[in-house]
Design a protein around this ligand. Structure first.
Ligand SMILES: O=C(O)CCC(=O)C(=O)O
Length: 273
């Protein structure tokens, strides 16, 4: 029997499976929002190994991201294990288990012009499977104009696998990926079924790794700090390929291509029914 969770009603699960995205109001408690805010402060002053930063040191117009911190930052590890997010992800995906792939902090300081380009997550990741999702949680309430997320509803079912590109606009993510780039959704918004989510503190947006999504820059006057955690369900298999995120590579894990990633050192089992 797959996981259940009191906040994941049948209706919420059906929306997630059909649209590829759903917002769960009040999913995350204030304690963990504070932890994410603290994490952002700490990361900005002592950046980790896997960082992008469009404007180092600036307090405005700066897109800063840092990922794969769960092994070294107790705040991230605590959130991963104790906030309930892994359990909700399992219940949404109809999975018995969830393993963590990685955590991803995404900060846009006030007046950050850089949008998050429209993209799918799955081509960046060395996995295949339908039961892969993210849980995106903002420290503060946000409108889409303040850089909350937008999605092309249902695009997780298109069967597409678009080429990954760098978030900061640099053409340096990969040069050897074979495949078409993601469509320029921003240039033809009327042609897509776009759904955006304004969020209140504590809301979590869960979305499939296959869905097209993006976010505008931050036109607001407050920092936008969000933590996205990436979750692997029962049907996931290891699929290293050109363009895969280099945080965990084939050399790091004993998992063979096509196998379930049962590697507790790199992809810890966080929830199990
Ligand atoms: O926070 C953002 O701007 C982008 C988030 C995103 O693309 C993700 O979590 O996969």
């Amino acid at each position: 029997m797959a996981a259940t969770h009191p906040k994941v009603t049948n209706e919420i699960r059906e929306v997630f499976l059909k649209d590829g995205v759903v917002k769960i109001p009040g999913a995350i408690s204030a304690k963990w929002l504070q932890a994410i805010a603290d994490m952002a402060d700490k990361e900005l002053s002592e950046p980790g190994e896997w960082v992008t930063d469009t404007n180092p040191g600036a307090t405005e117009n700066r897109l800063f991201t840092s990922r794969y911190r769960w092994k070294t930052d107790p705040l991230v590890n605590g959130y991963v294990h104790d906030s309930g997010v892994a359990h909700m992800a399992a219940a949404l995906m109809n999975s018995n288990t969830t393993r963590l792939y990685f955590d991803h902090l995404l900060v846009k300081e006030p007046h950050t012009e850089a949008p998050t380009p429209w993209h799918q997550d799955i081509p960046y990741w060395p996995f295949l499977g339908k039961q892969i999702c993210s849980a995106w949680v903002s420290v503060s309430g946000l409108t889409v104009d303040e850089s909350s997320l937008e999605f092309v509803r249902g695009s997780h079912e298109w069967g597409s696998y678009f080429a990954p590109e760098a978030f900061d606009g640099a053409k340096n993510w990969t040069s050897d990926f074979e495949g078409e780039p993601a469509p320029d959704v921003a240039a033809a918004r009327d042609e897509y079924d776009i759904v955006g989510f304004d969020v209140q503190p504590g809301d979590a947006i869960f979305f499939s790794a296959w869905i097209l999504h993006g976010a505008p820059g931050n036109a607001g006057t407050k920092r936008r700090a969000a933590l996205s955690t990436r979750w692997l369900g029962d049907d996931v298999t290891w699929y290293p390929h050109p363009g895969s995120d280099p945080t965990v590579t084939d050399d790091d894990t004993s998992v063979e291509s096509g196998e379930y990633p049962g590697d507790d050192k790199h992809f810890p089992l966080v929830y199990s029914v």
